[in-house]
Design a protein around this ligand. Structure first.
Ligand code: GDP
Length: 302
């Protein structure tokens, strides 16, 4: 189970603390809930989400007349799955259709794992028998084009590029034409992620999006925002900023394997209305998993 391996750090931090709590308390009282609250906040679950969760736990404990702290543990995992699944049953699947060119725009700030995620996605689609084209839309960051080309070689995928510093909208135009000519199934578009000038970055993303929309009605079919799980509240802030200026359809949360605070998944789900579609659980090509609430929660407690 990849989730289980990828969540080792979070599990050690979270689950072992919950177990310790459960074994130390003899009854489920206010103090028990206070300590549980601290553990959850410490795992980056997010204050608002923790408050919701604790309220629901208290209700459930009362309703079921639970006396033994050990029994609360099961209720916690039930509630965690519920919070995540809340109204979003089929949300993890991508809006891809056969018989058309599907365009996925990938956005996010530098260093979050955007290029790696594009490589992993290309690999996933190729393994499903789809033909894939990559667009080197980050013409700003030094090395971004070359890095994408390495993933292109690794996955046997064509990379459409222009020289560094060129207009990303022009790259997208080229990439769409190339993908159409090749009758590709999926076009994955990299974009710039410089944080220094947010207004310019957002304007550039809008322009890139407009070119795609003009060339293919209905596209982009997905706008995936890549966030680094190890950055906690920063990731939340990035999600808020990007979703204010772009229609983000899903989140890819990378480096869950590198944090003991994997609770950020729940905070994002509960505090923003954007589904987490994939999680990155390592640096390797197949370390990308479709997000699954049950497996995730199992990974926290297993
Ligand atoms: P970009 O600047 O957003 O394109 O970021 P990169 O794709 O270059 O990734 C930055 C670093 O994060 C690289 O060293 C990647 O190997 C690493 N990385 C990306 N995704 C993951 C992940 O899910 N887990 C871990 N541990 N590392 C990752």
């Amino acid at each position: 189970n990849k989730f289980k391996d990828g969540l080792t750090k979070t599990r050690t931090n979270f689950s072992s603390r919950v177990n310790e709590l459960v074994s130390r308390f003899r009854k489920v009282d206010e103090e028990f809930f206070e300590e549980l609250e601290e553990i959850l906040i410490g795992a980056d679950v997010g204050v608002a989400t923790v408050m919701d969760l604790i309220d629901e736990l208290k209700q459930e404990v009362k309703l079921r007349n639970i006396q033994d702290p050990a029994d609360v543990r099961d209720v916690i995992s039930e509630k965690l799955v519920e919070i995540y699944d809340n109204g979003q049953e089929s949300s993890t699947s991508l809006n891809l259709q056969e018989g058309r060119l599907n365009v996925i725009l990938v956005v996010g700030v530098n260093g979050v794992g955007k290029t790696t995620t594009i490589g992993k996605l290309a690999n996933k689609f190729k393994s499903e028998g789809k033909s894939v084209v990559l667009a080197a839309g980050d013409t700003f960051r030094a090395g971004a084009i070359e890095q994408l080309e390495i993933w292109g070689e690794r996955t046997g995928t064509a990379v459409i590029k222009q020289s560094a510093g060129s207009d990303p909208a022009a790259v997208m135009f080229d990439a769409v034409q190339a993908a159409k000519a090749r009758k590709a199934d999926v076009l994955i578009c990299d974009t710039a992620g410089r944080l220094q000038n947010k207004v310019n970055l957002m304007n550039e993303l809008e322009k890139v999006k407009r070119v795609i929309e003009r060339e293919i009605p209905g596209a982009p079919h997905e706008v995936l925002l890549v966030l680094d799980a190890t950055t906690g509240q920063n990731a939340m802030n990035q999600a808020k900023q990007f979703s204010q200026s772009t229609n983000v359809s899903g989140i890819v949360l990378t480096k869950l394997d590198g944090t003991a605070k994997g609770g950020i998944v729940l905070a994002i789900r509960n505090e923003l209305d954007i589904p987490v579609k994939f999680v990155g659980l390592g640096e390797k090509i197949d370390d990308l998993q479709v997000f699954n609430a049950q497996q995730y929660v199992y990974g926290l407690f297993a």
